[in-house]
Design a protein around this ligand. Structure first.
Ligand code: ADP
Ligand code: ADP
Length: 229
């Protein structure tokens, strides 16, 4: 069994009279330590499957095994622990506490998990050693996203889930953020899944999953992923 096995996930949303099928038997598998990109048009169902993987939403059918545990079988209390301890999240919007420093934001998140990384060490890993004592409001968008990544990585998550992490950034800064996520994946052997439209990063990923019309259209593995400069 692979490290992550998504099996036949079905998710429907009822909007008034209309039923929307957001995921229609979505299946894929991911090996530990892989850098995975999810591609596909807007509305295809990418965020839906990522949210279910992260325990933020439930599926109507299907199973998701992570490290041999079926997270679709967890009760509310177990799911809370799963989200807190096992999953790191990076979104387009940073959700940082503006009147705390970069280091304090990381500490705030890592103090609730056991065995968290040292805040200064993880900030250095994210290229923010010189910014650790700056308040969030003093940081650029790219730097704020680095803090979000540091905050997520500090938990030593089993999987880092990133939903359009560069959506609010200019393309050059966005590319640096994606490169950082890839570096972290390889340096820490963390499994990273990123929803992005960036084709350069897709070329460099270990695995590319394309989702279209609520289904997996294609899965491609790169035996020799390109280096991102
Ligand atoms: P993507 O991430 O690929 O842009 P989403 O997973 O966000 O796609 O959405 C898939 C489909 O499900 C879309 O039609 C979207 O409008 C719908 N959808 C997503 N979340 C909800 C929700 N909370 N309520 C109703 N419909 C939703
Ligand atoms: P879409 O892919 O449809 O544009 P988003 O990427 O904006 O959707 O959001 C995907 C999901 O992640 C949504 O269900 C939203 O509730 C959640 N989300 C987005 N930003 C954050 C955040 N900063 N913190 C927590 N959850 C978030």
């Amino acid at each position: 069994m692979s490290f992550i096995e998504v099996k036949d996930i079905v998710k429907k949303y009822q909007v008034g009279e209309v039923e929307i099928i957001a995921n229609d038997q979505v299946s894929f598998s991911i090996e530990e330590g892989e850098f995975v990109v999810i591609l596909g048009p807007s509305g295809a169902g990418k965020s839906t499957v990522l949210n279910i993987l992260g325990g933020m939403d439930s599926s109507d059918a299907g199973n998701i095994f992570i490290d041999n545990r079926d997270i679709t079988k967890l009760n509310e209390r177990e799911l809370t622990t799963y989200r807190r301890e096992d999953v790191g999240f990076v979104f387009q919007f940073y959700n940082l506490v503006p009147n705390l420093t970069a280091k304090e934001n990381v500490e705030l998140a890592s103090q609730i998990v056991t065995n968290a990384m040292d805040a200064e060490e993880v900030l250095a890993l994210c290229g923010l050693a010189h910014r650790k004592d700056n308040f969030i409001a003093q940081l650029s968008g790219g730097e704020q996203q680095r803090v979000t990544i540091a905050r997520a990585v500090a938990k030593r998550p089993k999987v880092l889930l990133c939903d359009e992490p560069t959506g609010a950034l200019d393309s050059k800064t966005g590319k640096m953020i994606l490169k950082l996520l890839m570096d972290i994946c390889k340096k820490t052997n963390t499994t990273v899944i990123v929803i992005t439209h960036n084709s350069v990063i897709a070329e460099a990923a270990d695995r590319v999953i394309t989702i279209r019309d609520a289904k997996v259209e294609n899965v491609r593995t790169n035996q020799q992923p390109k280096k991102v400069e």
